[in-house]
Design a protein around this ligand. Structure first.
Ligand SMILES: C[S@@+](CC[C@H](N)C(=O)[O-])C[C@H]1O[C@@H](n2cnc3c(N)ncnc32)[C@H](O)[C@@H]1O
Length: 227
């Protein structure tokens, strides 16, 4: 599966190549900020909405679906990488399907859920714009979208606080990772505009703090469709 945008295509290619390394990193708890802060933050943000059904967008090897399933929630996880979807399905705790944001953006996914959640999985530009534009059609009335991502102020780096493509890096990850993909940096106001222009109302913005660096470990946008 490819995207019409070269950079969005490189993201998909990179995740195909790194599916094994990613599964190991997540399942061996190798990512400290996840263990200390961000896993708990996203689970709590979803549970706060008291959903019966959840769509886990870019579910990877499926840890979030399993965590939500343990709370009695019916979860569908989707991801573009078949190998990750197979890993997730083998571990259980939800239903899992191969689907790209590009396909979802074109209306290929026919489900209705109470909450859609994307945990560090909205990486590209055109693919993400198309996905978010289609999400209202997948949410029940009053449904919510929870996005956890890098905190733009913390992640801005040398290129400054400007929207645009950034070179990727696996800094801090094991040597097993290769071919880092570019990622699209969005300012906070750009995230908010993307949500608002697609009919969402911002319900909350969370900045979970990292206890060691004393900087936000992430940002979580909780947005709602009208009830
Ligand atoms: C950083 S991982 C996060 C995985 C999972 N949400 C987690 O918290 O462990 C990013 C995920 O987004 C998926 N992804 C990236 N671009 C995608 C696209 N265009 N369509 C579907 N999935 C995509 C990748 O395959 C990968 O599993």
């Amino acid at each position: 599966m490819r995207s019409d945008s070269p950079n969005d295509s490189r993201i998909i290619e990179s995740w195909h190549q790194n599916a094994d390394s990613w599964t190991t990193a997540v399942r061996d708890h190798q990512i400290e900020s996840r263990n200390l802060v961000t896993n708990g933050a996203v689970v709590e943000a979803v549970l706060d909405r008291r959903p019966g059904t959840v769509l886990d967008i870019g579910c990877g090897e499926g840890w979030l679906a399993r965590a939500l399933h343990a709370h009695g929630i019916d979860v569908l996880g989707v991801d573009v990488v078949p190998q990750l979807v197979e890993r997730a399905a083998a571990a259980g705790g939800g239903r899992f399907e191969v689907a790209s944001y590009e396909q979802i953006g074109r209306g290929a996914l026919k489900v209705r859920v109470d909450v859609a959640v994307a945990n560090f999985s909205l990486i590209g530009k055109e693919s993400v714009d198309a996905l978010v534009a289609n999400l209202p059609s997948l949410l029940n009335r009053g449904g919510a979208l929870v996005i956890q991502t890098l905190h733009p102020v913390v992640a801005a780096g040398e290129q400054g606080y400007e929207d645009g493509w950034r070179e990727g890096s696996w800094l801090g990850f094991s040597d097993a990772f290769s071919n880092p993909a570019p990622w699209y940096f969005r300012r906070i106001e750009t995230w908010v505009r993307l949500l608002v222009r697609n009919g969402f109302r911002i319900a909350d913005i969370l900045e979970p703090m990292h206890p060691i660096s004393n900087e936000p470990a992430s940002i979580v946008f909780v947005s709602k469709m009208p009830g």
